[in-house]
Design a protein around this ligand. Sequence first.
Ligand code: NAD
Ligand code: LMR
Length: 344
Amino acid sequence: MVKVTVCGAAGGIGQPLSLLLKLNPKVSELALFDIVNAKGVAADLSHICSPAAVTGYQPSSKDDKETIKTALKGSKLVVIPAGVPRKPGMTRADLFNINASIIRDLVANIAKSCPDASILIISNPVNSTVPIAAEVLKKLGVFNPKKLFGVTTLDSVRAETFLGDLIDVPAASLKGKISVIGGHSGDTIVPLINVDSSISGKISKISSSDYKAFINRVQFGGDEVVKAKNGAGSATLSMAYAGYRFAENVLNSLSSGSPSAAIPDSAYIYLPGVPNGSSLASKLGGTDFFSVPVVLENGAIKSFVNPFEKLKITKDEQKLVEVALDGLKKSIDQGTAFVQASKL
Ligand code: NAD
Ligand code: LMR
């Protein structure tokens, strides 16, 4: 029996992501929370003949502090795509002013209503919203770093798709052969190709300009969609797929506990809170939040794959890591400082 709550369920990501969760037989209850249209989306999804019971939760007014608590109560998994998306010309960091307080307030409610839940943060800027969530949970005395995940799976999905096109192999065969580490914005996104004998011949033939173009497309894939949507938002459908892919890993770990891919999907996590994470954080110059492949057990991080020990990192990839670290530190500090200055 697993209750899942989606916060921001009526949005561009929230709706298709809720549809995918509704189809998962492991979900017994699906609570859809949004400040608009949650009941409509819930009524619609509830007609689908899969087991999950769907309920919509929408606050009756700005002063309604109870509805969110009811939506969250008893949840084992909370997925958060609530907040505003980018428009052309904006960076993800430009969303901080609006989305920081949305995440802070939602996570404070999670801390009070379902502190044991696994929390998946999709809302941007992920590089800051995850540190915000961590700081809120710390302040409220319920921080379990093994259950807080920034969802960076879309970067892996893009890396698999674009590399598959480049070397002409099915993208599905590349799952677990590209790890995307670092953060989730521009040059904080670092794709690492885990070359094995099945692809080494094709990888060695990639020209330097094609490799650079591949890296750039993964790092700025979000911008490609924002530009194409021309003011109508950012990636929603590919994100719903990616968010579901990670949520499904968490749901599977709640029942069986073992990862399926040799190298599992990455998530942006608080390194000092997971086994062997502190030494990686200090190797990264004190960068506490970083995306790495994570092995899950019972909805929590059991271990992670240390890319610097387990993967063969090339000189080009090492340079990408150094650039990523510069960008990450500022975003992490901004998120942490925001909560430290907030009254919860
Ligand atoms: P959207 O505007 O279509 O939907 C957001 C939803 O959040 C809306 O329905 C809105 O009513 C709701 N919302 C706002 N404040 C809320 C609150 N306090 N509580 C509950 N719900 C609230 O936006 P979208 O396209 O779905 O994107 C959502 C977020 O996800 C954005 O910040 C976007 O940048 C981010 N995103 C992240 C990734 C990633 O890879 N992590 C990928 C794509 C988009
Ligand atoms: C993405 O990578 O598509 C998302 O982070 C949305 C965005 O703003 O680009």
